[in-house]
Design a protein around this ligand. Sequence first.
Ligand SMILES: [Zn+2]
Ligand SMILES: [Zn+2]
Length: 411
Amino acid sequence: MNLEKSPLTIVLSSDLHGNLKHVESLVALTERVKADLLILAGDLQPRMSALGAWEGKLVFSDSPGTWEILTQRKWAEQELWPRLAKSYGTVVVGWGNHDLRANDEYHKKLLQTHPTIKNIHIVNSDEIVDIPLQQPVPFPTSGSPPSTNWIRVYGKSDIVAGHRPLKERERVDCNADLLCRRCYPQASTATTTSVRSFPSLRGAPHVCWTVATSGLVTDPITLKMVPGDVPMDPASTLESTLGTGFDRLESLRGTGAHLLSTPSDLQGTGKSRPIADGLNPNPIATLAIFHHPPYGTCLDRGGGSQAVRGFLTECATKQGLVDLAVSGHYHDAAKRTGKFAEVIQVKGTNVVWTSAGENGAVDVESAARDPPIVCFNTSNEYHLDSCKAIVIRLERRGDAARRVTANRVAL
Ligand SMILES: [Zn+2]
Ligand SMILES: [Zn+2]
């Protein structure tokens, strides 16, 4: 097998935090390596103070309100999307904690209906999307070959960033936080407006970061502090939503998908749209995009997600259900650990996690049984001059065997 002829080539980065020089470096890299995919794992928007400087306004707080939501939209439309559209291949965007979720559907709709931008796909949280590639990838045809050139992506991007490496903080409560006058003493009409922008999260139970470590929590209705364990709504825990995502991935396996692209779409507009099930039963690869890395790995700093770890561990037991996972959020994880990947693989009766990426390179090969999942965190330090990226090559050999090679580079 000539590796050079068949791999899917991916450029991965994250945490650009508005650094347009980094965006341009990444786009240039996609051209150099002829990347089929550019994947961005969240935190693309500038920090609020930088957003204020961009718009020529003073901004005093990081609490997202209407101004922040609208300005993030404007910034992405004017600065981010036009640059990313120049990428060589398909661009897949997941969100991070700095990308306000009130903008999710807005950008998605904008890009789906945009007259000239055709290669950028946003994967909102809790969503499974099948995405066409811009360029054909000549994959081997043994076993069950991919019927056409498309990938399946599961996105889960709204894990709350906080200061405690505990699963309590993984609840979907970032917007409920805005109701807490202790966490946000400046809570006013403005923040109430922004809470209304996130209707799916209204009424979510709240953990007050200020006092959570003392065992007190805020009752979301009365805003009074109450003692005891964090009152988690079982249905809104990250474990629960990732469990649902896992079940959906499994049920879609070997079938058509819930969002498919017709062959004419693939050759024509390049955009995804829902059609009847039954086409494209076999994606080239299935990717999971997280912003928060799995807990207790070289990808986090002790503050990763236990639920993400559980999800990937479970996926590893289901041959090829997920091929690659990506994350971000910890900008200096690679600097601290010297590694940038976790290889998750069934060995005997256990699922074993192995940190990888010494000397900036990963090479993982598996036989047909128990293909590994490789999970990455680019650790892009957006405030530095050079942008970090990982160039990943995935070779698929028949049904389950995989080879993944990756290099972490500075641009
Ligand atoms: Zn970040
Ligand atoms: Zn982040």
